[in-house]
Design a protein around this ligand. Structure first.
Ligand code: GCB
Length: 595
């Protein structure tokens, strides 16, 4: 799906700003102005904008409303209303009429509204629903609780360890195209300068397509004709983490001589490969240094926050990191564009987290052990989000791998049957056939994991020295090494990386004996893991959990959120940032000296 961009033929209007907002307690009448509404910024999570637990933890729907002014010229075109995301479900109404809905909280969707809109003022109402249950991704549970002499209460418990932020958390746009238009573009290149394109066109058969490849300076280095084609660009600058060189493909659609649509897509030339248990980027061994992250900031929550996006990438570069995982959902399109520009590699993850009825990261729910694959009703929706995520993100050179899920019940009967069609789908749908993984947890050992063979890279999360063996880092390192060796024995040809490892650390808390929760313990923990990685040649990366402290649901294992960040929530460094900065920058220098 194309991001809304202005061109000679396309107008784009931002609908970001202050909308009217109301938590829904009785049915919304979308043809009427909301009564008793309060101002709400879009994009933002709604939860932390006002005060009070009841507001923040509201279970159910919320209504967003604003007016939009539409001109005659806009209605002569095809007029499209596009949401960057709506978490987790949305129903959209224009002037009281239902124009469509969408399920899934982290991917864009759009509707043509030409026939619903009128010249002048139009009333746009969006009803967003934040419920997570055994049909949604991420997965959660609705729990009805009763207390003596009280009205029954409804709680929505996340089966995952991040706050269930919701609302219109990404940008909303209106854009126009001609009735004949470029629907989508697939474009990519390899490290030999070979490229392929495929332009999807909506409209008359006779329309002609031209593709101009522009270099950084805007000079045309190749011109191709036709909806699909192959070419070789020589000389060609490759995209990599040190020199993220981007080309642009200017695609024009003509009816005879008349220009009817123009869209410029960015892409890069690079090759990702796996050989001898290692990942390669453009023929060079690739070691992934970085983090599991969250889209998370004070006040705006999970809302699109460009200053935080750019700051986070700057901090990663300062540390010598080269990558992160979009744990645990697809991130904003803006972030992926920045990663293309900045040369940061991304493991792109679906919102499939919490797919385990007997386990959560915080260990706080009992659930129904071993019942996951008969209890969850997520398989069809899981397919949709894989297709939609890959379709949205396919052209980004920064994406190095797809993660189909985080910490599912991969040790339970039924896991292989659930995941096999999904990993196959991910491979088929990606025009570049990038590696695919399922990130697994401690309960899924080399002996019990049912999905290892489905993964191109084994990405495993381990918390030895934290959730078990706490305080005993020698013991933790021994267990970790032994387990990695067993995984390697089972899949000798597959690269292995740590997708998560970390320890909660309260910034400013110190302990001469490196006690749990102190900054000293976090450093010692990371050192112990680093030594294990350095002793095993098939380890292809280390992603620390987490880049920064982040908000979670309240429970007694979380002190105002998860504190495993290397940075605090407001991005101040903990001691460990300096340790990792030194380690990673030394690694980087060594890598560059081999060139
Ligand atoms: C995990 C989860 C992550 C949690 C983390 C933790 O295994 O994948 O979402 O936040 O552990 O800190 O417990």
């Amino acid at each position: 799906m194309l991001y809304p961009k202005m061109s000679k033929t396309r107008m784009v209007f931002s609908l970001d700003g202050v909308w009217d907002f109301q938590l829904v307690t009785e049915e919304v009448k979308p043809s009427k102005k909301l009564e008793d509404s309060i101002p709400m910024p879009v994009p933002s999570s709604y939860n932390d904008i006002y005060i009070g637990r009841d507001f923040k933890n509201h279970v159910g729907s919320m209504a967003y409303q604003r007016t939009i002014a539409i001109t005659e010229q806009m209605l002569e075109k095809r007029l499209v209303l596009r949401f960057g995301s709506a978490t987790h479900k949305a129903e959209v109404f224009l002037n009281g009429e239902y124009i469509g809905g969408h399920k899934g909280g982290f991917l864009p969707f759009e509707f043509e509204i030409t026939k619903f809109a009128k010249v002048g003022e139009n009333l746009l109402t969006v009803v967003v629903d934040n419920i997570i249950d055994n049909t949604t991704l991420p997965a959660g549970r609705i729990v009805n609780q009763t207390f003596p002499n009280m009205e029954p209460e409804v709680h929505n418990l996340p089966n995952f360890d991040f706050f269930n932020y919701s609302g219109l958390m990404r940008s909303v746009h209106l854009y126009t195209t001609d009735k004949n238009y470029i629907k989508d573009i697939v474009i990519f290149g390899d490290d030999k300068g070979n490229m392929e394109w495929n332009v999807l066109v909506e409209g008359e058969e006779t329309l002609s397509v031209q593709v101009d490849i522009l270099d950084k300076g805007g000079h045309c280095v190749y011109q191709g004709q036709g909806r699909s084609g192959k070419a070789r660009i020589t000389p060609c600058e490759l995209w990599d983490t040190e020199n993220p060189y981007l080309y642009r493909a200017k695609v024009t659609l003509r009816k005879g001589q008349e220009l009817v649509d123009e869209y410029t897509e960015t892409f890069g030339f690079r090759t990702i490969a796996i050989e001898d248990c290692r990942l390669y980027l453009n023929g060079k061994k690739l070691y992934l240094r970085g983090f599991g992250k969250h889209e998370d900031a004070p006040i705006s929550g999970r809302g699109l926050n460009l200053p935080y996006h750019i700051k986070d990438l700057a901090l990663m570069k300062w540390m010598g990191a080269n990558s992160f995982r979009t744990s645990h959902y697809p991130y904003s399109e803006e972030m992926l564009n920045l990663c293309d520009q900045e040369g940061i590699l991304v493991i792109a993850e679906t919102p499939a987290v919490g797919l385990h009825t007997g386990f959560t990261a915080t260990g706080m729910i009992g659930g129904e052990p071993k019942g996951t694959w008969t209890t969850l009703k997520t398989a069809e929706h899981h397919k949709e989000v894989i297709e939609d995520m890959i379709w949205r993100d396919k052209n980004h050179p920064c994406i190095v791998m797809w993660s189909v899920a985080n910490e599912p019940a991969s040790e339970e009967e039924g896991a292989k049957e659930y995941f096999e069609p999904l990993t196959t789908l991910a491979k088929e749908k990606d025009p570049q056939h990038r590696p695919v993984t399922i990130v697994t947890y401690e309960g899924s050992s080399p002996e019990t994991c049912k999905v290892a063979e489905l993964c191109d890279v084994l990405v495993i999360n381990r918390y030895r020295g934290w959730y078990d063996t706490e305080g005993n880092l020698k013991g933790a390192a021994a267990l970790l090494k032994d387990e990695l060796e067993r995984f390697h024995k089972r899949c000798p040809e597959k690269p292995i990386m740590l997708g998560e490892y970390g320890a909660d650390t309260i910034a400013g808390m110190h302990d001469i004996d490196e006690g749990l929760f102190s900054e000293e313990y976090q450093v010692a923990f990371l050192k112990a893991y680093s030594e294990v990685f350095d002793s095993l040649p098939y380890i292809t990366g280390e992603h620390i959990w987490n880049f920064a402290d982040f908000a979670t649901a309240e429970n007694i294992k979380r002190v105002q959120g998860n504190k495993k960040g290397i940075f605090t929530r407001t991005r101040e460094p903990k001691m460990s940032a300096y340790y990792m900065k030194q380690r990673w920058n030394e690694m980087k220098e060594k890598e560059n000296s081999y060139e």
